[in-house]
Design a protein around this ligand. Structure first.
Ligand code: FAD
Length: 300
């Protein structure tokens, strides 16, 4: 209580932002406004997700290519192993390299049929570690992979999940970005366990600002993320009050980031859901400001 709120942040935090490829023109407009709002904050990179089963292959490519063309931010493309042969995935990776994309977020992905276990396609990459090794042979990409502070639901144990993370990093990934989680202690426990398992690569916490608490509850249940009871209490009664909900959401996410920062974290990855304002506000509280040169570049 002795320190004024957020005054302990030295402005040395670094951020990255994740978007998903838009389905409609209206969504494309929203996405593009969000990119333009967040770009002046000088993110290390922005990434664009890849839909289940390659369903967004063209849209992911178009979005990444547009970011690479129209902004100065390094763009990263997510790529999964679902429903594609090695040759098909390699061809997508070659296209990215040719378009100037140098960073891939390499993932296994999930079965396109909800609730079914992932089955490696014949002639395909069997998991993210195999994909990382495959990409390494193609081009000197920077590669990020996923990590799960609360263990991936398919994993038999936390130790097996950490082994899997280590395999991905040993295969040539540069960093891990985590699944979202709701309490700083969850991340610290995972960071300690990873260090004990001999993992010394950068582990960047994935931050999901809550836009819709019901949706976050459903997503959390699907990926095994614990929703602490205090969150329900804080969002209770705000269903019909979107503006108040945003303020509460920003407060919760900013407090999570502040705690992570106090524990030594300096890099944060935001799941923006293509909306800029919440992530912008949290970055602001983290001491990150729009850079005049980037504002000018964006205007140009
Ligand atoms: P992997 O790391 O390959 O492993 C998944 C699980 O299987 C782990 O539990 C692992 O322990 C186990 N496993 C893997 N190989 C073996 C083995 N040989 N033996 C035993 N166990 C093994 N999904 C999308 O569809 N598109 C996206 O763009 C996308 N982006 C994401 C970004 C981030 C930062 C994160 C955290 C997740 C993202 N996802 C995305 C979700 C992801 O695809 C799913 O969580 C998927 O179920 C697992 O993918 P993975 O790359 O983590 O898999």
């Amino acid at each position: 209580l002795a320190t004024p709120l957020f005054a302990d942040l030295a402005g040395d935090a670094r951020v990255s932002f994740e978007f998903f490829p838009p389905k409609t023109e209206k969504m494309e407009e929203t996405l593009w406004e969000s990119v333009q709002t967040l770009a002046p904050l000088g993110p290390r990179f922005v990434s664009v997700t890849y839909g289940a089963g390659g369903s967004t292959r063209e849209r992911t490519h178009a979005t990444v290519a547009r970011i690479a063309r129209e902004t100065t931010i390094p763009a990263a493309a997510h790529l999964t192993c679902v429903d594609a042969t090695r040759e098909e995935i390699d061809a997508v990776a070659h296209e990215y390299w040719a378009a100037g994309v140098r960073h891939i977020v390499a993932l296994r992905g999930d079965s396109p049929v909800a609730g079914q276990p992932f089955v490696s396609p014949v002639g395909g990459y069997e998991n993210a570690a195999a994909l990382v090794a495959g990409l390494r042979k193609l081009h000197p990409f920077e590669i990020s992979v996923s990590a799960y502070p609360e263990c991936h639901p398919d994993s038999p144990s936390e130790a097996a999940d950490l082994d899997n993370l280590k395999r991905k990093l040993d295969a040539g990934a540069t960093r891990a970005i985590t699944q979202f989680f709701h309490e700083a202690e969850t991340f610290f426990r995972f960071r300690d366990a990873a260090a004990k398992a001999g993992i010394d690569a950068e582990i960047v916490p994935g931050i999901m600002p809550v836009m819709n608490f019901g949706a976050v509850q459903r997503m959390s249940a699907m990926c095994g993320t614990v929703v602490p009871p205090w969150m329900g209490t804080l969002f209770d009664g705000l269903d019909d009050r979107p503006a108040a909900r945003q303020l509460v959401s920003a407060t919760i996410a900013a407090e999570l980031c502040r705690r992570l920062y106090a524990g030594g974290v300096r890099d944060f990855h935001f799941y923006t859901l293509n909306r800029a304002e919440l992530s912008y506000a949290i970055c602001h509280l983290l001491g990150i400001r729009a850079q005049p040169a980037l504002v000018a570049a964006q205007a140009a």
